[in-house]
Design a binder for this molecule. Structure first.
Ligand code: ADP
Ligand code: GLC
Length: 483
């Protein structure tokens, strides 16, 4: 089959705009697909940070009134990324977080802001730019969710459509009264369409009307068919189970490479890992004001602080280690209450616990390269990327046995140790006590340097690159186009 053209629609893309793993995935997938005869161009909102990064712009189309103001569609480049950029000042010219205002609440016009993204994505899908007619429109999360919906209700012919669910907790639910103003036809407002608990569901509509649904790990693809992880959408997902695929995320091997990482005090290959990591540990302890103790088990966390991530459980479990040689280096931002809890912990023993409440790319790398163990105690985790970085960097992941964490970390139980294949510590159920037990187990493993080094080595050689996932996406696109 000839080369395929795919339009990816995403509300964030690394390195331009990022609040989480979606940006990493949206930034890496197009580059990984290039070698597989798939040309992927990404449609993104023209946030200030995006507009500033563009080069070689070509004007594609002017919209006189796009949900409340004029807008222009550009085709442009940003580094290696091929983009369509939706430049509508009334929608996106706002500094800071792409979804939240300065008050920490959702922007009140998020329905219009992301309906516009889907609307223009659908228009490109139907040939708005004669120079790029997509075979497949691939929408990410609720923010792009209306693209397959507009395509479904619009006139044929239309390209094939894929929705990827990065996190079912974010669904894009809005007032039913907006239907007409979002340019959705009245017939879309049914149980088979965008109607969702009496309102409009962007993700719900996408799950109903896309040719294929993917999510970011095989285990999460199964979990979301149940009522707990399904979060209200499990019934629809069960109906569409035949179209649902779990494709594990990859890790961007250039952004996360301990051999070349400019943020590390010492860069390293596997062979010299022990010395370099000791150096990085000391640098991290100094940077954060922790005691410069080479023997303490230094635990790292890099995370959004939200209910999903289970860090409230960590906060409670740390009480069990008050007399143990354990240190904590936490980098995160989000929920003010969780933040306060960690701030209090750090204030009580600043040489043992260091917490930085910011978004800090260099510090995230230092934690991966300098912590002994890396914690991800999530209540649910569609895929998770930080444990993949930890594996690559030789920090032992200690993870909840859920979602993508279960698919990527091999617990150091007796059988796995015997077979020499373990890469970390996994615990279940996701409770304070199980986490505490996992940390005790981690401490015990840390005291056995030979076993610890084997865990590290196993993790570092595990292949979580984009090569395999990109092949799976390419195969899915080809399958859809051939159907
Ligand atoms: P999620 O998308 O649910 O937040 P992932 O593990 O998929 O979780 O992706 C999180 C990404 O964001 C990783 O690349 C991680 O390094 C990064 N990250 C999270 N919090 C911070 C922070 N405070 N500073 C820097 N990077 C962060
Ligand atoms: C979401 C999920 C995370 C996943 C990321 C990228 O933010 O919470 O588990 O890794 O998307 O797919």
């Amino acid at each position: 089959m000839a080369g395929l053209r795919i339009l990816s629609i995403t509300s964030e893309i690394f390195p331009l705009v990022k609040t989480g793993g979606l940006a990493d995935v949206a930034g890496a997938l197009p580059l990984a697909l290039a070698g597989l005869d798939c040309e992927m161009v990404s449609l993104v909102p023209g946030y200030p940070a995006v507009m500033e990064a563009l080069s070689g712009r070509r004007r594609v189309h002017d919209f006189a009134d796009l949900f409340g103001g004029p807008a222009r569609l550009w085709r442009a480049k940003a580094g290696p990324l091929e983009l369509y950029v939706l430049d509508g000042a009334h929608l996106y010219q706002r500094k800071g977080n792409p979804y939240l205002g300065p008050d920490g609440l959702d922007w009140p016009d998020n329905a219009q802001r992301f309906a516009a993204l889907g609307f223009v994505g659908a228009a490109i899908g139907r040939g708005l730019d004669p120079k790029f007619l997509p075979d497949v429109v691939h929408a990410h999360d609720w923010q792009a969710g209306l693209a397959p919906v507009y395509l479904h209700y619009g006139a044929p012919p239309r390209p094939k459509t894929v929705i990827t669910v990065h996190n079912l907790a974010f669904q894009g639910r809005f007032d039913a009264a907006l239907l007409a103003s979002l340019r959705l036809p009245p017939e879309a407002f049914t149980m088979e369409g965008v109607e969702y608990f009496g309102g409009i569901g962007f993700l719900k509509g996408a799950l109903a009307h896309s040719d294929a649904i993917t999510t970011v790990s095989p285990t999460y693809a199964v979990e979301i068919l149940g009522s707990e992880a399904g979060m209200g959408l499990d019934g629809l997902l069960r109906q569409r189970a035949g179209a649902l695929h779990g494709i594990l995320n990859g890790l961007d091997g250039e952004a996360w490479n301990p051999e070349t990482d400019v943020h590390l005090a010492a860069r390293y290959k596997r062979a010299v890992m022990a010395r370099a990591r000791a150096h990085n540990k000391l640098a991290l302890q100094r940077r954060l004001g922790l005691a410069a103790d080479p023997h303490a088990l230094l635990l790292g966390v890099v995370s959004r602080l939200s209910e999903q991530k289970g860090l409230d459980l960590l906060l409670e479990a740390m009480a069990d280690f008050a007399d143990s040689p354990v240190q904590l280096a936490l980098l995160g931002s989000g929920d003010p209450q969780i933040q306060q809890g960690f701030a209090r912990l750090a204030a009580g023993a600043p040489q043992r616990y260091a917490c930085s409440f910011s978004y800090d790319e260099p510090l995230a790398h230092m934690i991966q390269g300098g912590s002994d163990a890396f914690l991800v105690p999530s209540r649910f985790e569609p895929c998770g990327l930080t444990q993949l970085a930890a594996l690559r960097y030789g920090a032992i992941p200690v993870v909840a046995h859920v979602g993508g964490l279960a698919d990527t970390v091999i617990d150091a139980n007796a059988a796995a140790l015997q077979a020499g294949v373990a890469t970390g510590v996994a615990f279940s159920p996701v409770t304070r006590d199980a986490l505490s037990a996992a940390l005790r187990r981690t401490l015990a493993l840390y005291r056995q340097p030979k076993i610890w080094r084997k865990l590290q080595a196993n993790g570092m050689v595990a292949d979580f690159s984009w090569e395999q996932p990109a092949r799976q996406y390419a195969a899915l696109y080809r399958h859809l186009v051939a159907a």
